[in-house]
Design a protein around this ligand. Sequence first.
Ligand SMILES: *[C@@H]1O[C@H](CO)[C@@H](O)[C@H](O)[C@H]1NC(C)=O
Ligand SMILES: *[C@@H]1O[C@H](CO)[C@@H](O)[C@H](O)[C@H]1NC(C)=O
Ligand SMILES: *[C@@H]1O[C@H](CO)[C@@H](O)[C@H](O)[C@H]1NC(C)=O
Ligand SMILES: *[C@@H]1O[C@H](CO)[C@@H](O)[C@H](O)[C@H]1NC(C)=O
Length: 386
Amino acid sequence: MGFLQRLSLLATIAMLVAAPARAEVAASQATDWPFDVTTLRAPDGSITAKFVSFGATMTELWVRDRAGDARDVVLGYDDNTKLLTDPAHPVFNPIVGRYANRIKNGTFSIPITKDPQPDAPNVYHIPTNDHDGQDTLHGGIYGWDRRNWTVLARTDTSVTYHHLDAADEGFLGDVEATVTHSVENGGTLRTSVHATATEKTPIMLTQHIYWNLDAFQGADDVLAHQLHVDASRVVAVDGDAIPTGDLIDVGGTPFDFRETQKIGARWNDTVDLCGGGCQGYDNCWIYDHSEQARPGVSLWSDLSGIRLDVTTDNPAVQVYTGYWLDTPRKVVHGGPDVNYTKWSAVAIEQEGYIDAINTPEWGVDQIYYPGKDYNWESVYKFSTVP
Ligand SMILES: *[C@@H]1O[C@H](CO)[C@@H](O)[C@H](O)[C@H]1NC(C)=O
Ligand SMILES: *[C@@H]1O[C@H](CO)[C@@H](O)[C@H](O)[C@H]1NC(C)=O
Ligand SMILES: *[C@@H]1O[C@H](CO)[C@@H](O)[C@H](O)[C@H]1NC(C)=O
Ligand SMILES: *[C@@H]1O[C@H](CO)[C@@H](O)[C@H](O)[C@H]1NC(C)=O
């Protein structure tokens, strides 16, 4: 039985039993289904976004192209339960936590130290789920992106989800997170997260949105998308994509997007940059500006004319060009017989310095505790280029 049929059966049973309280229970069960879609529309029609509470995940984002037609510019599934069941786990547009990106050997200490001794006091181990057990990726086996968040509040233009991470995945202490997604006139999407901790714990979050600003009309990859990244430094990583502690000056390298250029402009120089055999980017840029004053990343397509400017209070951004993608496309993107594959999209993940909890030489503090809350915000502004 499909979900809608189940829902209508529940509603019918509730009405037959004729107790108003039962009808309310049925309705609340409906909104508690973690894949139930919430649709937000800006009053001026410039932007429509859809979310499910599972992972506080965005499933569709419709914005206007140069001709005024709406396109869905984010990857995803037609069947949102695949967010839980797709073994490829490409992480399509959720909130990622409690600690995004990688943790060396799934290990850290509090206070943080370089190469903590595994058995020393105050050393913590998180399941390693990446690079054959060499590191933890995106918060462990079941990070925040694969948890059932609940709806706290909802209007026509905003939705707030809540998640209680009760010392999950070996992290210490409970973390409570609320995320609010909202849309505004003029083509704006805003996501903000607030998190509180009951004990000292690392927190570093991201929103893992995969963009294709053509929505697969006229191009199958993002190599011709124009990219600007306001950053002079990128984090140097080892073969497992773990920071070495060094920051690379982007000047004269394929990482230099201070002047806007096509993502694919130096494509042949990116062989092995994102890991052995991987071509493209999966790297952490450190923003030059420290305020949320100017866009950290701008991305546009000359084909569709859709332009995205991202401003954030985060100090860094991971840009991943999707080398490992292989998942059936949504129907609206030409699926399901055609797959999202390498370079189909670019994930632009606003984040902190990656694995700073194992890189004390940076002097970056990512430990939160009662009295020190975590805040994360990004604003995605859409417009068109001529
Ligand atoms: C990695 O962590 C495990 C415990 O999860 C530990 O047994 C091992 O010694 C650690 N490796 C290094 C190189 O510290
Ligand atoms: C989340 O909800 C899904 C669907 O109802 C369920 O299969 C899964 O077990 C739930 N996960 C947790 C961690 O409760
Ligand atoms: C990149 O490499 C491919 C295959 O080796 C080659 O056909 C192409 O001309 C190269 N592009 C540039 C811009 O050098
Ligand atoms: C698409 O990806 C799935 C795995 O997610 C794979 O089983 C299937 O063969 C792929 N389809 C194509 C056309 O490559």
